[in-house]
Design a protein around this ligand. Sequence first.
Ligand code: HEM
Ligand SMILES: N=C(Nc1cccc(CNC[C@@H]2CCCN2)c1)c1cccs1
Length: 362
Amino acid sequence: EYDPDALFSEAESFVRQCYAELERDAEIESRLAEIRREIDERGHYEHTREELEHGARMAWRNSNRCVGRLFWQSLHVLDRRDLETPAEIHEACCEHLEYARNGGDIIPTISVFKPMSRGDRQVRIWNYQLLRYAGYETDDGIVGDPDEVAFTDYCRSRGWEGEGTDFDVLPHVIQVGDDEPQLFEVPDSVIGEVPITHPEYDWVADLGLRWYDVPVVSNMRLEIGGIQYTAAPFNGWYLATEIGARNFADEDRYDMLPAVAERLGLDTSTDRSLWKDEAVVELNRAVLHSYDEAGVQIVDHHTVTDQFAQFERNEEAAGREVTGDWSWLIPPVSPATTQVFHTTYDHENRAPNFFYLESPDT
Ligand code: HEM
Ligand SMILES: N=C(Nc1cccc(CNC[C@@H]2CCCN2)c1)c1cccs1
């Protein structure tokens, strides 16, 4: 069950690496003695602001499935460990969205809420992301995002009602301890969206597609030196293929390829026409064009994989091995045209890191 020695050994390996990277080796032994005392007294220890900041950056740097890691040192950390109530936490999530959006020049940001500690009430955000669209099962098929049907059903069971469009922003669902989760509408003032148009084909606008501007993942836990931050939403900017080749293209998502291919006049009767390939490229050109028009930062899969190659060189120079999960690092469009495809990666898991939380039992 609970093991203070295990906690201390996690803390020790984190402090030794963290302080060495910050060139504060001289403080390691005294800090470890302090942590040992704190764990002996109350079975827990608290990170300093600097340990939290660098620990979160190390966790991003260790995220094997992340192709965007070049900028790991510039992660902005919002220390929200002082907040207690669901309402305060919702407000902090709204502040996070405003701060990170930064008028479209997106700032990679993480908000860290209070960690799990013995006997204390833990914080859970049940949303997958702070901005996500509802999904509704109807007699004529699914309206909105099929990936969110279960979560939307839960929200409706708690009295939330969406407008029933394909792009209804879901409420924040925030739980402290074992209390019933509380729901909060996301104010329009913190929602940013991009209408999808195409640089050449005007009919793309008529498809009525749009997507939100800032992806803030809120269903993962951050582990630093044995301490579990069960609510630590983090954002970067989008890689365009996430929207154009997955969210809009997957058959169990918005399933738009047939409609795009039809309007392009492609032969959808046979795979051999490569109609899906042509449609997905045009959809991705539309996403890149639309975010550029809206002044919202987004990266294409060629640029992001070149940046990842630079990350690999930087890590080599810093004397650190890069770990990675190849199957997630390659983009879903033209993967073999990127350098990542032609590289192999050790996918060992290093700490600090981000881990999945068990799905909400809602
Ligand atoms: C700055 C721009 C960033 C870009 C373009 C980027 C890109 C990506 C992409 C495309 C994925 C795969 C997602 C999927 O296929 O569903 C990913 C995964 C991931 N990223 Fe990044 N990322 C960025 C910043 C960040 C930041 C700031 C963090 C955390 C501090 C982060 C942590 C992660 C983690 C933990 C995963 C794996 C998620 C999972 O296993 O489901 N990334 N990233
Ligand atoms: N661009 C982003 N995309 C991203 C990153 C991590 C996780 C996710 C969500 N991935 C979950 C989906 C569903 C299963 C496979 N992918 C998106 C970022 C989100 C937050 C920081 S960067």
